[in-house]
Design a protein around this ligand. Structure first.
Ligand code: PXP
Length: 238
């Protein structure tokens, strides 16, 4: 069974739009866990555009809910991770102006700092993961760095699937990477841009043990929830 990590950044985005506490992020994390998700993923961005430090303080107190903290690979974010000790940390590349995480880490360029961060997190028993593009060379570096897991960026295959384009080459690439990574002892995760169709396709790769999905799940919950909330209001209006 593949573990499902639900990224709740966009719940914070909606909450932040009003500067108050609705929708309550912590309550959403508890509910998401109760509804069957295996972990809650949050990306504490350097510009704090969605998840805030105070969210992390509260989330890290929820001992029943495994938190997967996504952070940029630098000492400032490492310090925060070591302070709050989430169960899992995933290092991601981060650009100030990007809308979402564009592509995986540049491991060749940032090998030393990433290795230092991973080693520190490993020593504190925090599960480490590196968000990388599906390519064998990065997997070799990831293994050298001694991360426990890799998360393969599924943005490209997700885009192709959504546009009804041929995604076969990308699927083969992801499959090869997942098999190779698993054969050298890395745990393989997948995430970014995934929807139901992508998830169904990727479940066929047996080496993938975790999905991290945000935008689609939060967006789709609007359609699942609107009926209930509108009828609630209509009852009040009667
Ligand atoms: N995995 C990682 C490492 C990410 O950075 C993101 C986006 O924050 C996701 C998964 C989830 O992507 P999406 O919101 O497109 O499902």
């Amino acid at each position: 069974m593949i573990r499902l990590g639900v990224n709740i950044d966009h719940i914070a985005t909606i909450r932040n739009a009003r500067g108050e506490n609705h929708p309550d992020l912590i309550l959403s994390a508890k509910n998401i866990k109760n509804y069957g998700a295996d972990l809650i993923t949050v990306h504490l961005r350097e510009d704090r555009r969605h998840i805030k430090d105070r969210d992390l303080i509260k989330l890290s107190k929820l001992k029943r809910i495994p938190i997967n903290l996504e952070i940029a690979a630098n000492n400032k974010m490492l310090k925060i991770a070591l302070k709050f000790k989430p169960k899992f940390v995933c290092l991601v590349p981060e650009k100030r102006k990007e809308i979402t995480t564009e592509g995986g880490l540049n491991l060749s360029k940032n090998k030393n700092i990433i290795q230092k961060i991973v080693s520190k997190l490993n020593s504190k028993n925090i599960r480490t993961s590196l968000f990388i593009n599906p390519n064998i060379n990065d997997i070799k570096i990831a293994s050298y760095i001694n991360t426990k897991c890799i998360e393969l960026h599924t943005g490209k295959i997700s885009r192709l699937i959504k546009k009804n384009k041929n995604y076969n080459n990308e699927l083969i690439k992801i499959k090869k990477c997942a098999k190779y990574a698993s054969s050298i002892g890395l745990e393989v995760h997948a995430g970014h841009g995934m929807d139901i169709k992508t998830a169904k396709i990727l479940t066929k790769i047996k080496e993938i043990s975790e999905f991290n999905i945000g935008h689609f799940i939060i967006g789709e919950s609007i359609f699942f929830g609107l009926k209930k909330i509108i009828s609630k209001f209509k009852k009040i209006c009667k």
